[in-house]
Write a protein that binds this ligand. Structure first.
Ligand code: PLP
Length: 401
């Protein structure tokens, strides 16, 4: 009898479908507020100048394409540790084990697999709202999902008391995914003081944080963005950080990232490291090398690094100008001052109170693409499109109320 594989067709990924529909749309004034990639004033996601220069350098200097091993490029890992920990690096000396991974998502997957190996039957806590990928990955590993309240769209601050109340039910050995700077879909970040309180609470309960960092440098700046995360890490015996270079180095398709694990002591360091190597080996064997080599080159060469920091600050400046303009325009169109919160939020994302029907109508009638959740990528439009977007979003928001 011929072998067969009987599987049902899965529903398509809503965000990927939105991307495909946007590409097919021939209307000249179309705007993509859906996919989480940075776009410049021309609607392009360009290769950063520093990246191009590093690639040219690598073309000349690279001598081999031989395997690097499951942990990948260790010089890249050290460079990212220096970038993340900055002047506090010494406090973490000998406590970290860092693996190059296929993007930030590869790091998340590795960390969740690691937790899954613990005998404690870990559950995975995710914020409400979070990114679909967090839920998808945890579920695919058979981890039970628990949610904690985090923030609502049109406010500038986290609902911290509610967050802590929900986390009261977390158990020792559970994992909590917390988004790093400007990574929550609402654009709302924990303050450094809240990071400290959260870290103390998690440490007391024995809950393991997995901090997802994918927008380092796109909030307030490379150092300031890490203030809260570092204050928290300083107080935690065990923590994982998934780090993505997709957005801040514009290396999306190169799949560049790493998993930094902070370990409580030498024996756990050895055990954790051995498991991470084992998971990588049995999953993708070894991470891609090119993106990591680019980042390592940029961070190790003064001239390239300066250029990258300038480009990053241009991106940050553009996002923050778009935010201010959109907040102002939406407030004018709707007369609702709550939209002022968009200016105080950070990074590319904000969550406007629209549902799936409104999103579909905005797409059909005005070629404005956004997901059903109302989460918008502010960097998806250019300065000239802000008023058009504000009028259409504002109208949809007013029709709703
Ligand atoms: N974290 C989450 C939840 C994501 O959805 C993504 C991007 O899809 C990332 C991190 C970082 O992305 P990448 O895997 O492309 O580095």
């Amino acid at each position: 009898m011929p072998s067969s594989l009987t599987l049902d067709v899965l529903p398509s990924d809503p965000l990927l479908s939105l991307m495909a529909a946007f590409r097919m749309d021939e209307r000249p004034d179309k705007v993509d507020l859906g996919v989480g990639v940075y776009r410049d004033e021309h609607g392009q996601t360009p290769i950063m100048r520093a990246v191009k220069r590093a690639e040219q350098e690598l073309l000349i200097s690279e001598r081999t394409k031989v395997y690097e091993g499951p942990a990948g490029n260790q010089e890249f890992c050290e460079a990212i540790e220096r970038l993340v920990f900055g002047s506090k690096r010494q406090s973490f000396e000998n406590r970290t084990t860092t693996m190059t991974t296929p993007g930030g998502c590869g790091a998340l997957f590795l960390a969740l697999q690691l937790m899954k190996r613990s005998p404690q039957n870990a559950r995975c806590w995710v914020s409400e709202p979070t990114w679909p990928n967090h839920i998808g990955m945890a579920q695919s590993l058979g981890l039970e999902i628990k949610t904690y309240r985090y923030a609502a769209g049109m406010t500038p601050v986290v609902h911290f008391e509610q967050m802590l109340d929900d986390l009261d039910a977390a158990r020792a050995g559970d994992i909590i995914i917390v988004q790093g700077p400007c990574h929550n879909p609402t654009g709302i970040d924990l303050s450094p003081e809240q990071w400290v309180i959260l870290a103390d609470r998690l440490e007391t309960k024995g809950v393991i944080p997995l901090i997802d960092i994918a927008y380092h440098g796109l909030g307030a700046g490379l150092d300031t963005d890490m203030d809260g995360v570092l204050a928290a890490l300083d107080r935690l015996a065990l923590a994982c950080v998934s780090y993505s270079c997709s957005k801040n180095f514009g290396l999306y398709r190169e799949r560049t990232g790493c998993l930094i694990t902070i370990c409580p002591n030498r024996s756990s360091h050895a055990a954790i490291s051995s498991h991470l190597n084992d998971i990588a080996r049995s999953c993708y064997s070894m991470p891609p090398a090119h993106g990591a080599a680019i980042v390592q080159t940029i961070l190790s060469m003064n001239e390239f690094r300066k250029e990258w920091e300038i480009e990053l600050s241009e991106m940050r400046g553009r996002i923050s100008a778009l935010r201010s303009n959109l907040a102002l325009a939406l407030t004018e169109v709707t007369g609702d001052r709550r939209f002022g919160a968009i200016e105080a939020q950070k990074g590319m994302f904000s969550q406007v109170p629209l549902n799936a029907d409104h999103a579909a109508k905005l797409t059909a009638d005005h070629a404005i693409y956004l997901p059903a959740s109302g989460r918008i990528n502010i960097a998806g439009m250019n300065a000239d499109q802000v008023s058009q977007v504000a009028v259409q979003l504002g109208q949809a928001l007013m029709d709703k109320s």
